[in-house]
Write a new protein. Sequence first.
Length: 293
Amino acid sequence: MSSSHKDLEALCSLESAFAQPAWYVASKSTWWPWLKVQRFLQVVAERLLPWLVPVLLVSVWQIASSQGWMSVRVLPAPLAVVDAAWALALSGELAKHVQISAGRALLGLAVGGGLGLVLGLLTGSIRWAETLLDSSIQMVRNIPALALIPLVILWFGIDEIAKLFLIAVAVFFPIYINTFHGIRNVDPGLIEMGRTYGLSRWGLYRHIILPGAMSSVLVGLRFSLGLMWVILIVAETISAQAGIGYLTMNAREFLQTDVVLVGILLYAILGKLADVFAKGLERYWLRWHPGYQ
């Protein structure tokens, strides 16, 4: 027998050794669909599990209100809050207040967060800038933003600038500190390797320093997005004529507890949406990072 025939027989015997048995092929058509269903149910359960506790709390809240265990003047039933929100939505008042509050919050974030990012990059990259600026920034950081309210009113009155100033000051420090921390914690070995490959200063920043610091920067952004709504609640109590804070304070004057709860829940929903947005940025900008894949 020629060598080519021997090679062909050896190849056929190898394929038969690794071929799947007939019982496996027959059983696979039976259990494979069930495995796909199991995986689908597992994904659905993972998506729904974070909502289990809120749903249980709202259910207990509704039952307690319906059974009279809780006074509706103290805490209205969830259905009453939904009715109040629906009435505000139909009148267009809800959309107007949400739009104004979101505009204030995002503008304050853009101003304060932008300054925090620039100064964090500057002090994190240049030693003399850290020596000159960081100590003063850290001293100001320990002053609570809410303690500045009397001074802010004296400076800017009760106009929009006062509200924007408070939000900008509050979101400045988390982004500044995390940016500074991220720049300083980039692996020096990667920077040295970039220099070895002939990268310019801008090339080092673009390809090594900024990607290495991005996770810390996004942590600061995520924290600032939550803090932004907290400060906005207080800022909108400074003689605001529109916004969620104005809606809530006006409802308090008329003892409309359901509308007050609508305002509180709006802050919670907007804060959650901001957090989801920050997570989306993390998944997109850090898609190269093994921890975010």
